[in-house]
Design a protein around this ligand. Structure first.
Ligand SMILES: [Zn+2]
Ligand SMILES: [Zn+2]
Length: 396
């Protein structure tokens, strides 16, 4: 499956260790890092991930966490990591809640996911690899002083500050998780040297409710925050249209040194928490353009992180495998998934696994409102990009 010779200009590393599975709220919590095991196993079974490509992550230090988090909050997470502590004490910090319950070792597990993204950053920024992936990261709802939506520490926010301080980099962050990338957006809302883009299901009926096109940044950062809220039931064509147009125009406008992509895999029709109608095709298109733009504008510098993704059996392993295959410049496979992968996991899966790289066809019944939704998304796109298109018109 893997191409026999790798392009040296396009070397990629996969930051991973089984310790990342320690970020675990409970047996029944929807955020389930077993998806990392499923993905790694799938990649190994198609010979697309070698030992040589895997890099063991480190744990972020307190000082690094403090780049994007209050020290009081970090201390609270540490105390909340001990056995026998009481949930009520921590609710003000967003932990010990129904969404983000306490678990023993929470601080270390969360700091490891941040350290994993920092490991990816160092590989790319020091030129040891062109691209690096941490599917264990992408915890985009974490705030400066508060956990939210299954996210304790925000690895992307810490990583962006780290890239600014250590490498003096101008960072573009793009988030294609079905939920608004609120934590990262608010962290850099007034910072003109960081551009955040989020394409997500409108917050009308979905957590966290923010991410409207009018959230454009504040003060000096005005015009560097972009939101593309798409309608529930949006299908592939419209999703990809918005993504391709927005991403390219904003990169051309902002001219980043490095691109950080958050690759939540919860915009798929099968995802139980959201209402978008994406198919596996979007997970081929998303990394393809990121890869292209990174080489075109950033000398290849591209860091990818994971994110949401709650159909851990039928969607996430294929979606994140496709992400790695694109990043590591390997051929995108077609047809059946390896039978030994299916055999190994079918027993544990509560649903019949999808047995091919493609989705079953048809994936769902045709949507009567397709034309209306596509048109609405198009109008949203025009409004959201008006600010840079207008500026372009004035300067040319
Ligand atoms: Zn490349
Ligand atoms: Zn999500």
């Amino acid at each position: 499956m893997a191409k026999p010779t790798q392009n040296v200009d396009c070397e990629a590393v996969f930051v991973y260790s089984e310790d990342q599975l320690g970020y675990r709220f409970s047996e029944t919590h929807p955020f389930n890092q077993k998806r990392l095991t499923l993905t790694v196993d799938l990649l190994e079974k198609v010979n697309a991930l070698s030992k040589k490509q895997i890099v063991t992550p480190r744990i972020a230090t307190d000082e690094e966490l403090a780049l994007a988090h209050d020290t009081r909050y970090i201390d609270a997470v540490k105390r909340a990591s001990l056995p026998d502590c009481k949930s009520e004490e921590f609710e003000a910090y967003g932990i010990g809640t129904e969404d983000t319950p306490l678990f023993v070792g929470m601080h270390e597990a969360s700091a490891r996911l941040v350290g994993s993204t920092l490991t990816a950053v160092d590989y790319v920024m020091e030129g040891k690899a062109k691209h690096a992936l941490n599917i264990g990261g992408g915890l985009h709802h974490g705030f400066r002083g508060k956990a939210s939506g299954f996210c304790v520490y925000n690895d992307s926010s810490v990583a962006i500050r780290y890239m600014q301080e250590k490498y003096n980099a101008r960072v573009l962050y793009i988030d294609t998780d079905a939920h608004h990338g609120d934590g990262v957006q608010w962290c850099f809302y007034d910072d003109p040297t960081v551009c955040t883009i989020s394409i997500h299901e409108t917050g009308r009926y979905l957590f966290p409710g923010t991410g409207s096109i009018t959230e454009r940044g504040s003060g000096e950062g005005y015009g560097t925050s972009f939101n593309f809220p798409i309608d529930a039931f949006t299908e592939d064509e419209s999703f990809i249209d918005i993504y391709r147009t927005a991403f390219r125009e904003i990169v051309e406008h902002f001219k980043p040194d490095v691109i950080l992509t958050q690759n939540g895999a919860d915009a798929h029709y099968f995802d139980p928490l959201t209402h978008l109608y994406g198919s596996i095709e979007i997970y081929k298109e998303i990394p393809k353009l990121a890869h292209e733009l990174a080489h075109e504008f950033c000398d290849g510098k591209w860091i990818g992180v994971g994110g949401g993704g709650y159909d851990i059996w039928r969607v996430v392993p294929r979606a994140w495998s496709l992400l790695w295959l694109e990043m590591s410049n390997q051929q995108i496979p077609k047809g059946p998934l390896p039978s030994d992968w299916i055999e190994r996991w079918q027993e544990e899966s509560p649903v019949p696994l999808v047995s091919t790289w493609e989705d079953p066809s048809p994936l769902y019944e045709a949507i009567p409102r397709k034309v209306e939704i596509t048109e609405k998304n198009r109008q949203m796109l025009e409004k959201a990009l008006y600010i840079i298109r207008n500026e372009k018109k004035l300067t040319t």
